[in-house]
Design a protein around this ligand. Structure first.
Ligand code: BTN
Length: 251
C-alpha cells in the first residue's frame, strides 16, 4: 500500500506491515513491539479474523469494507488515556474532513455519527516484565460494513453512508494516519482541550460502573466527572457508558 509521508510530522508509518488477513492487528502490533518495532510503526489489515473490542467483545472486520489498524507508540510518558484521546480525535476529524455531519465522541473514545458508532478504539499498554515497551493504538472504522446482527444495524454506522459518497479506503487510511500523526505531535493540553470540546457526553445523564448521575466534566487524565443523584461527585476512569433515561429525573 503506497502512503505519502509528505505531511507527516511525527514520522508515523515509516515502518508498516500490511496483511490481507490477520487475527487482530493489535496482536500483530504487540508481537512486533516485542521484536523491537520502532515508534510510529503501523500494522494494517484488510480483514481481521479475531478482531477484538473493549471488554473482551468481538470487533468485526470483514474484507474490503472497513479500516483496521494498530499504531505502535513508544513515548515513555504516554498514558493510555492520552492515546485514547488521540485515536478518537483523529477519527472524529477524519469524519468531519470527508463531510460527515452529526459527528461526536462518546466518552471515552467511541466516535458516533448521528448517534451510531462508526469507530472503536482499543488501546493496550504492552509490558515486558516491569518495563513498558509501548502502547498500541488500535482503530477500527466501519466504511461499508454489512452489519451481521439486528442489534448492530441499530447501533452501528458506516462512514460511506454518512459521507453520502463512495470512499476509497487507501485514501481514508492516508488521511487518518496524517491526523494521528499530527495529534501525536500536539501537546497533552491541546489534545485534552480538543477531545473535551468534541465530547457528546458532557451535560448528559449517564450510568456507568454502578454510578448514575449527570456527566459534568472530564479531567486531563481522561476520567469522567459525574454528579451523582445523591449530590456526591465521582470520577469514572474507564468502562462502558450508558446514557441514562433523561426522563428519569434531576441531575
Ligand atoms: C471497541 O469499541 O470495543 C474497540 C474496537 C477496536 C477495534 C480495533 S480494529 C483494529 C484493532 N485490532 C483489534 O483487534 N481491535 C482494534
Amino acid at each position: 500500500m503506497a502512503l505519502s509521508h509528505g505531511k507527516l510530522k511525527a514520522q508515523l508509518a515509516r515502518r508498516l506491515r500490511y496483511y490481507d488477513s490477520v487475527g487482530s492487528t493489535n496482536d500483530s502490533a504487540k508481537e512486533w513491539l516485542i521484536e523491537g518495532a520502532p515508534d510510529g510503526a503501523v500494522v494494517i489489515a484488510d480483514e481481521q479474523r479475531r478482531g477484538r473490542g473493549r471488554h473482551g467483545r468481538v470487533w468485526h472486520t470483514p474484507p474490503g469494507v472497513a479500516l483496521a489498524l494498530s499504531v505502535i507508540l513508544k513515548p515513555l510518558d504516554a498514558s493510555p488515556a492520552h492515546v485514547n484521546m488521540i485515536g478518537a480525535l483523529s477519527v472524529y476529524d477524519l469524519a468531519r474532513q470527508i463531510g460527515c455531519d452529526e459527528v461526536a465522541i462518546k466518552w471515552p473514545n467511541d466516535v458516533l455519527i448521528g448517534g451510531k458508532k462508526v469507530s472503536g478504539i482499543l488501546v493496550e499498554s504492552i509490558w515486558e516484565s516491569d518495563r513498558l515497551l509501548g502502547v498500541v493504538l488500535g482503530i477500527g472504522v466501519n466504511v461499508r460494513v454489512k452489519f451481521p446482527s439486528a442489534e448492530l444495524l441499530h447501533t452501528a454506522a458506516n462512514l460511506e453512508d454518512a459521507a453520502r459518497s463512495p470512499l476509497e479506503r487507501a485514501e481514508l487510511l492516508r488521511q487518518l494516519l496524517e491526523l494521528v500523526d499530527s495529534w501525536y505531535a500536539a501537546s497533552a493540553d491541546q489534545v485534552y482541550v480538543a477531545w473535551r470540546r468534541r465530547l457528546l457526553t458532557l451535560g448528559q445523564r449517564v450510568c456507568s460502573s454502578g454510578i448514575r448521575g449527570l456527566a459534568t466534566d472530564v479531567t486531563p487524565e481522561g476520567a469522567l466527572r459525574v454528579k451523582c443523584d445523591s449530590g456526591e461527585i465521582r470520577l469514572i476512569h474507564a468502562g462502558d457508558l450508558a446514557l441514562a433515561d433523561n426522563s428519569e429525573g434531576a441531575g
